[in-house]
Design a protein around this ligand. Structure first.
Ligand SMILES: [Ca+2]
Ligand SMILES: [Ca+2]
Length: 411
């Protein structure tokens, strides 16, 4: 079951990879990464422009159904494997359940309000159920504690399927946070059974401590932990920095600013990571699920633009598959690859939004290129904080205004 990761780390800076990709999304919102790269002088990676963009797929309209209202800053939704309930994460500390009958339970599954620092980008930020939750009852949360530092803890189900055991807290990981913002927060199990932790650069502005490109700390990174192989975890021996002097073995990828939502699309074999930009670009990245040591670019790059210095050397960095400028938003909200049954023509399409503009957009990957970019008019979604999927693969959107929507076929 376990995949062996392919190492592709090169700290010496040699053997630069050429990963700039063209975008061929048909709508005007899609920034053409290849054209940008060429303009920026990434000549070694310049690509031949493609022909006319493909026609958009024959897909009808989409609509929303309100699943829950009155929540306190919901920012994630997930479910254990095979479970018909919805588990909604509130930034203020509670995990709420929408039961199989569609009703929001009054009693939280778990309430961590007393353990967290709330407000801004802090709070309860992530939740992941163990792949064997049905048998072991384990689930994992990511929050900023009362000191403002990142904590990952494991909790355990109780005899009541709708209420977890609050005293079951088991520390997994603690990461000091130098500033209040850019705490990342996503947790997800990969198909390899490892727990991935998505870390922001620690905050401030512009990555003042240069954590993005530094594998000797846990910030600005994706971490990969074997929570079944050690107490509280083991470092997988095929992690890319295990044998690099000074580097942290937990690090799986570097170069992230604030990865706000990531998604393992197992059928498509890709990991999607949306990274929030500084002041110009918002981006979506997609890499092979087993690709170790990816450098997502920050703070050498913001999207495909040089950030830290002009005329930067972008070699060895992963170019986004899609980016947009701040003319279209301010902070990307990464989403999910749709794998449900309500929208059969959109299976395999990745959906995303922006916290400021609240659009609903999608694309799919074709040969590593984002194609069939579309914007969907589903009415106002408010300030979109996250996407999520239930156990059947249906897609949901959470809004800071306290609502959770299911995306359904339009009328
Ligand atoms: Ca780092
Ligand atoms: Ca990047």
């Amino acid at each position: 079951m376990k995949r062996s990761a392919t190492k592709r780390v090169d700290l010496s800076g040699g053997s630069a990879r050429c990963r700039i990709r063209l975008l061929a999304a048909p709508r005007s919102f899609a920034v053409r990464a290849g054209a940008l790269a060429a303009a920026l002088g990434h000549g070694a990676c310049s690509s031949t422009p493609t022909g006319p963009p493909p026609p958009p797929p024959a897909v009808g309209s989409l609509a929303t159904e309100v699943v829950a209202t009155g929540l306190d800053r919901p920012l994630y939704l997930t479910a254990p494997p095979g479970d018909s309930r919805l588990f909604i994460v509130e930034q203020t500390g509670a995990i709420r359940i929408v039961a199989a009958d569609g009703n929001l339970r009054g009693t939280p599954f778990l309430d961590l309000a007393g353990r967290i620092a709330g407000g801004g980008e802090r709070g309860l930020l992530g939740l992941a159920f163990h792949p064997d939750y049905v048998s072991n009852g384990f689930f994992y949360v990511n929050y900023t504690d009362t000191n403002g530092d990142t904590v990952v803890e494991r909790y355990t189900a109780s005899g009541d399927p709708d209420v977890a055991a609050p005293g079951s807290a088991t520390p997994i990981l603690a990461v000091p946070q130098p500033f209040a913002n850019h705490n990342g927060g996503q947790l997800a199990f990969g198909p390899d059974g490892m727990l991935y932790v998505f870390m922001g650069d620690g905050g401030g502005a512009g990555d003042p401590f240069s954590t993005g490109q530094d594998p000797t700390d846990l910030l600005g990174s994706i971490l990969r932990l074997d929570v079944d192989g050690g107490d509280p975890y083991a470092i997988p021996p095929d992690n890319p920095f295990v044998d690099v002097a000074g580097a942290r073995g937990e690090v799986w990828a570097i170069g992230l600013r604030n990865p706000w939502r990531a998604w393992f699309d197992v059928p498509g074999g890709m990991l999607y990571v949306a990274d929030v930009g500084q002041s110009q670009r918002e981006e979506v990245n997609a890499v092979g699920i087993a690709e170790a040591g990816v450098n997502y670019g920050w703070n050498v790059l913001e999207g495909t633009l040089c950030f830290a210095e002009e005329g930067c050397d972008a070699s060895g960095t992963e170019a986004p598959v899609l980016e947009y400028s701040h003319a279209d938003g301010c902070s990307i909200t990464g989403g999910v690859v749709y794998r449900g049954t309500l929208l059969p023509e959109l299976v395999g399409h990745y959906f995303y939004s922006d916290f400021c503009s609240g659009f609903l957009r999608s694309f799919r990957l074709q040969g590593g290129v984002a194609v069939e970019g579309q914007e969907w008019n589903v009415g106002g979604l408010g300030s979109v904080t996250s996407f999520g999927a239930d156990a059947a693969g249906e897609m949901y959107v959470t809004s800071a205004e306290g609502r959770v929507y299911r995306i359904v076929p339009g009328g």
